[in-house]
Design a protein around this ligand. Structure first.
Ligand code: SAM
Length: 286
């Protein structure tokens, strides 16, 4: 695979790298890192280790949070000279709670192709092993470090039905979980996805009101990198009832009430009592 597009334009590749285990890198990512002219890295020392491990001698430049805008211009300049660039962060996928978005936006604006080279990301790895059946999730990144702002953010999330996914630093994990429990209620499930792909990988599921005790039972449980996943808000009875109205109306137009309800129970999986109540209300012209 070449580093140029078919039209011969230099390309920015956004390359995902391991989140712990250095073997977690795709064949395509290695090919791209080998073949580009420049590798733009969040921390060049960290990326050097990865490149050494895979026998790649790349030309590195630093792109971090504090020089991202200036680096974006430099990268656009390299592309203008026909040099392809790979953008990597310290771990996982660039631009996911990491620098990268400004570079990508500037390069797109300058009219050069941006090609993702997908691979590890802690959010997806954690979700894949957490066992939440809800197919919807909301990635919230890091919550605010200040307690007041964090509690405000959590209050806004309390009614969200999607699985909530957070990144958290080890020194704040107890505070964060305490606030999660206060804001969302103790009976929701939380999954700790800690040190994924590393020696001390731990995936633990419990109720939110058991979570602080679990963390405090062993100091090691508060060390390392964390993804926290929390079950979404349970659907309320009212929402369910409203969701059933469409189905019930169609059935009530064609069938007697009892039969309409029986069929609606089969079709929606809803509770017979709730559906019966809604059917009566609809019949009465509510
Ligand atoms: N760009 C990265 C990605 O795609 O996942 C995330 C970078 S963000 C600066 C770092 C945070 O990601 C950590 O504080 C932690 O919350 C999460 N994280 C990264 N690696 C992890 C791992 N191996 N296990 C658990 N969480 C991890």
């Amino acid at each position: 695979m070449g580093t140029e597009t078919k039209a011969g334009t230099a390309t920015l590749y956004v390359v995902a790298t391991p989140i712990g285990n250095l073997s977690d890198i795709t064949l395509r990512a290695l090919e791209v890192l080998k073949s580009v002219h420049v590798i733009a890295a969040e921390d060049t020392r960290m990326t050097s280790r990865l490149l050494e491990r895979h026998g790649i001698a790349g030309k590195l430049m630093a792109v971090h949070e504090h020089n991202e805008r200036a680096s974006a211009e430099r990268i656009a300049g390299l592309l203008a000279e026909g040099q392809s660039v790979a953008l990597v962060s310290d771990a996982g996928t660039p631009a996911i709670s990491d620098p990268g978005a400004k570079v990508v936006a500037a390069v797109r604006d300058a009219g050069y192709p941006v090609v993702p080279v997908p691979g590890p990301s802690a959010v997806v790895a954690a979700l894949s092993a957490a066992g939440f059946e809800n197919s919807r999730f909301l990635f919230c990144g890091f919550l605010p470090a200040r307690a007041g702002e964090r509690r405000g953010a959590l209050a806004d999330l309390a009614g969200e039905p999607a699985t909530l996914v957070f990144y958290e630093a080890p020194h704040r994990v107890v505070e964060c979980v305490t606030d999660l429990c206060a804001a969302l209620g103790g009976d929701r499930a939380i999954v700790f996805a800690r040190e994924l792909t590393k020696i001390h990988e731990t995936i633990h599921r419990c109720r939110l009101d058991e979570a602080v005790a679990w963390l405090e039972a062993d100091d090691n449980r508060q060390r390392g990198e964390f993804v926290l996943l929390v079950a979404g808000a349970p659907e309320t009875g009212d929402d369910d009832a409203a969701d059933f109205d469409g189905t019930l109306k169609i059935l009530l137009d064609e069938l007697p009430l009892k039969q309409a309800v029986a069929l609606a129970v089969k079709l929606t999986g809803g509770s017979r009592n709730v559906l019966y109540e809604r059917a009566l209300a609809l019949k009465d012209g509510e």
